[in-house]
Design a binder for this molecule. Structure first.
Ligand code: PXL
Length: 274
């Protein structure tokens, strides 16, 4: 059985980061080792959340794993709370990631804005982690902040997207997938680039009437799990996008505000993607 490591926070309520990654990775038949970077009462879109920083635990945990000769088949990082945590994850890549898939979701913003607590300096630091990864899955906002490029919310053309993708891989990673890309008002998808083959791919679905919190984490978790299970990046991205669409469909009639996330559990339990 494959064992992976996912490094991100635990937001106790709000369906994102590890509360999404753990069930999805497990359901895809992969052992999910975790390294929680912080514990929050909710994710940061709720008001007055608590935040316990776990940075000081990271090195001792990793040292114990090294001592026990514990290995991982792949590493997946998501939301990280500080620049120091990014440096520590770079060490984790060195110690546990040699020759293994290193997959980075630089979760730090959306809709042209960084999440609460992040600034441009943090985005530049995150770009260093992306440089050390094999595959990255930023949304357009995160990519623009990392590259100091203007964020255009809609009405852009393929050249704008291709230029961003090429610039992302020039950071150092081999492949990049940009999420939340749409060239028509009623379509939304992901645009990928493999710098080794020079090939681009685009997969899109009908745009949903509402966007929800945590869907980037669901996309990343399904995409990563599918890659670990042997799918190609275009295949894994398309599976992940479909999974997100089904999760939104399962939620759309709910009364809860969008920051409560989507009912990905129903999609997992349906067995459609397993
Ligand atoms: O969904 C990304 C995410 C993960 N973790 C925390 C967050 C967010 C987005 O807001 O606040 C703590």
């Amino acid at each position: 059985m494959k064992r992976i490591l996912s490094v991100q926070d635990i937001s106790c309520v709000g369906k994102c980061s590890l509360t999404v990654a753990l069930p999805i990775i497990s359901a895809f038949g992969i052992e999910a080792g975790i390294l929680p970077t912080a514990t929050l009462s909710t994710h940061t879109a709720f008001k007055n959340f608590t935040f316990r920083d776990l940075t000081d635990d990271i090195e001792p945990i990793c040292n114990h794993w090294l001592e026990q000769q514990i290995e991982f088949d792949a590493i997946y990082t998501g939301y990280l709370g500080s620049k120091r945590q990014i440096d520590l994850v770079l060490d984790i890549f060195k110690n546990f990631g040699e020759g293994k898939l290193k997959f980075v979701d630089p979760a730090m913003g959306d809709n042209g804005k960084l999440y609460v607590g992040f600034d441009v300096e943090f985005a530049h630091e995150m770009a260093k982690l992306c440089a050390a990864a094999d595959i990255i899955v930023p949304n357009l906002t995160e990519a623009c902040f990392m590259l100091d490029k203007p964020y255009i919310s809609n009405g852009y053309d393929e050249e704008y997207i291709k230029d961003i993708l090429i610039s992302l891989t020039k950071l150092g990673c081999k492949k990049a997938v940009l999420t939340g890309v749409g060239f028509e008002d009623d379509k939304l998808g992901c645009y990928g680039y493999d710098s080794e083959s020079g090939e681009f791919f685009y997969d899109y679905n009908e745009k949903k009437p509402q966007s929800f919190h945590g869907t980037g984490d669901i996309f990343a978790s399904v995409c990563f799990s599918s890659l670990v299970n042997g799918k190609t990046l275009p295949e894994a991205s398309a599976i992940a996008a479909d999974f997100v669409c089904d999760s939104i469909d399962a939620t759309i009639n709910d009364e809860k505000p969008i920051w409560y996330g989507v009912h990905f559990e129903k999609v997992l339990a349906s067995g459609k993607y397993l």
